[in-house]
Design a protein around this ligand. Structure first.
Ligand SMILES: Cc1cc2nc3c(=O)[nH]c(=O)nc-3n(C[C@H](O)[C@H](O)[C@H](O)COP(=O)(O)OP(=O)(O)OC[C@H]3O[C@@H](n4cnc5c(N)ncnc54)[C@H](O)[C@@H]3O)c2cc1C
Length: 277
């Protein structure tokens, strides 16, 4: 256990009290893995501001370290400062700082253009009080045409004051290792933790991947598609693929594993069990 990297688990804020109750159960199931923290996403343009806040409070009240995601696009400095104060009052000192995407129909970008500006704002106004994570894209950010520029923007964001990064999900470990090598050459020294998406639902994951420019290897896609609605085979094969991915990442020195849980525990638990946690 001691040689395995630390874990973290990501949730989205539930919409209903039933969903919140269920999430408390998921937290309780994952807690024995002793994760470093649980993080909670933040809806585009602040649409889940209060739900993210209450979900983070719920997790913290259960005695676990909780980290809100905070996206800045469409926000004002004052709005961000107020939210940071609210979290500070709850004893929260870790967050995932993002640019986010404007919800459709919204045209005002607000006072922040990039996540690097949010990171810089947090450091200017809050000093080193917060542990700040940022997002990384081993297969590059979908809105960036030039790989080199994306790497430089990432390096700039880290230098603005990030402590660590979590990657977008991916299925090709070479993309991760190459990304890490490239940003190290640009002077980035912080841990870059792979984000892992278990195959909760193949069709949905394939949709996310197509939208965000993430490669699902052809041999995986064809096999998954061939299973049609055979949920047991999809689950079994998906577990094998993602466990093997994690084994390669761990063997290659990944400093942690961050699971995109989609508020479910079973697949993350099984992958961790197979990895020896
Ligand atoms: C781990 C993780 C967690 C996430 N959680 C959430 C969440 O909770 N809520 C949510 O809404 N979204 C979330 N996202 C998605 C994220 O908000 C989107 O991918 C968004 O499009 C980019 O956010 P960013 O923080 O990576 O942006 P940035 O780092 O600002 O980059 C965005 C784009 O701008 C470019 N860029 C950066 N700086 C400059 C510059 N100076 N000049 C020109 N171009 C520049 C980059 O190359 C990139 O193409 C998450 C993503 C990850 C990987």
């Amino acid at each position: 256990m001691s040689t395995l990297p630390s874990l973290s688990f990501e949730f989205f804020p539930p919409n209903t009290s039933v969903g919140s109750e269920k999430l408390r159960g998921v937290v309780a199931e994952l807690a024995p893995l002793a994760p470093a923290y649980f993080s909670v996403t933040y809806g585009a343009g602040g649409s889940t501001r209060d739900k993210t806040l209450s979900t983070v409070q719920d997790i913290a009240a259960l005695g676990h370290e909780a980290a809100p995601h905070l996206s800045c696009i469409g926000s004002t400095r004052q709005g961000i400062a107020e939210l940071l104060e609210l979290y500070r009052g709850q004893g929260i000192r870790r967050l995932v700082a993002l640019r986010g995407d404007l919800p459709s129909g919204v045209v005002t970008a607000g006072e922040f253009r990039y996540a690097s500006e949010l990171v810089a704002f947090i450091r200017q106004t809050q000093g080193r009080d917060w542990l700040v994570e940022v997002a990384a894209y081993p297969e590059y950010h979908p809105q960036q045409r030039y790989a080199r520029r994306d790497l430089e923007h990432f390096a700039h964001k880290v230098k603005a004051g990030a402590d660590a990064a979590i990657t977008q999900f991916f299925f090709n470990p070479d993309a991760y290792f190459h990304f890490v090598d490239e940003v190290r050459k640009l002077g980035v020294t912080v841990p870059i933790v792979p984000g892992i998406m278990p195959f909760h639902n193949y069709a949905r994951i394939a949709q996310f991947a197509a939208r965000d420019g993430i490669e699902i290897p052809r041999w995986v896609a064809l096999k998954m598609e061939g299973y049609m609605d055979d949920a047991a085979s999809i689950r079994a094969f998906g577990l094998d693929v993602v466990t093997r991915l994690c084994e390669r990442l761990v063997a290659g020195g990944a400093p942690g594993i961050h699971f995109y849980t989609l508020n479910q525990s079973a697949l993350s638990l099984e992958i961790c069990r197979r990895l020896g946690y």
